[in-house]
Design a protein around this ligand. Structure first.
Ligand SMILES: [Zn+2]
Length: 265
């Protein structure tokens, strides 16, 4: 499946939600600046630290960006592009396709999101739905509008083709997402915030398993969560550990999908 001498592909992906999660959750949050600041931490503090970390380890990766975020955080978008990372679509707002009224509604959102990135000269080929919650129409809409990959499904540890389309799936999973481990629910106060060592233990063990299977390891990270200083230390140690394995290929999702398509054709 992989290029010569490669045993496992690794994509350290980031979903640059900024304020969009809280705006989609409740439009009234537009008038709650401290609530929105949860997300603003992403572009304001976390992204520059993440860019430094990626540069130290010469890793290029993919940032999934809602169109609305691209329109309000242009400087951040330009910094990501200047650093050589891939930009891909993460909805226009943070409303998942599964919650949209119709296929037409979903298509409008998708094209508006793509156009927001085209404003920066980016012809996006990748798509990750907000909350990975696609509709029954999503894959065919991606196929119709020039996308080459989706990163939303949890039914494999290797890339695969969606039937009857040109769309490659780059599978994800909740255990490899920072949000379920670090998210704090301020409404209930019920959920414990994980320590970095607990999360590193899970990620390391899952990496070893996927490496043995010769699969694809996709981390789904959120600047507002992984970007806290103690978690960035953990991420950096994790990158160093993974990089020490022979035959590991750190790549953008676009590169991985292009390789999978080239092998299949
Ligand atoms: Zn998101």
């Amino acid at each position: 499946m992989w290029p010569d001498h490669i045993r496992c592909a690794v994509a350290l992906t980031f979903d640059l939600d900024a304020e969009s999660v809280w705006l989609a959750d409740d439009p009234a949050n537009a008038n709650r600046p401290a609530v929105l600041s949860h997300g603003r931490y992403g572009p304001r503090v976390a992204v520059p630290l993440i860019l430094d970390l990626l540069e130290r380890h010469a890793v290029s990766t993919t940032f999934f960006v809602p169109g609305q975020v691209a329109e309000t955080h242009g400087e951040t978008i330009r910094a990501l592009l200047d650093a050589g990372h891939e930009l891909a679509v993460h909805g226009y707002t943070h409303t998942p396709p599964a919650e949209m009224a119709s296929e037409e509604d979903e298509e409008r959102h998708l094209l508006r999101a793509k156009a927001a990135l085209e404003h920066f000269g980016v012809s996006a080929v990748g798509y990750r739905a907000p909350a990975w919650d696609v509709s029954p129409h999503t894959i065919h809409l991606l196929n119709r509008h020039g996308f080459t990959y989706s990163s939303n499904f949890m039914d494999d540890v290797r890339p695969y083709h969606h039937p009857d389309t040109d769309i490659v799936e780059l599978p994800v999973h909740w255990v490899l997402d920072d949000a379920p481990h670090f998210w704090f629910d301020r409404d209930t106060w019920e959920k414990k915030i994980a320590t970095p060592s607990e999360v590193a233990e899970i990620w390391q063990a899952e990496f070893e398993g996927i490496y043995e299977l010769g699969g694809l390891f996709v981390l789904t990270l959120h600047p507002q969560m992984i970007g806290r200083p103690h978690r960035l230390h953990m991420l950096e140690e994790f990158v160093q550990t993974v990089a020490a394995y022979p035959g590991v290929w750190f790549a953008t999702c676009r590169e991985i999908a292009a390789h999978v398509r080239s092998v299949a054709s």
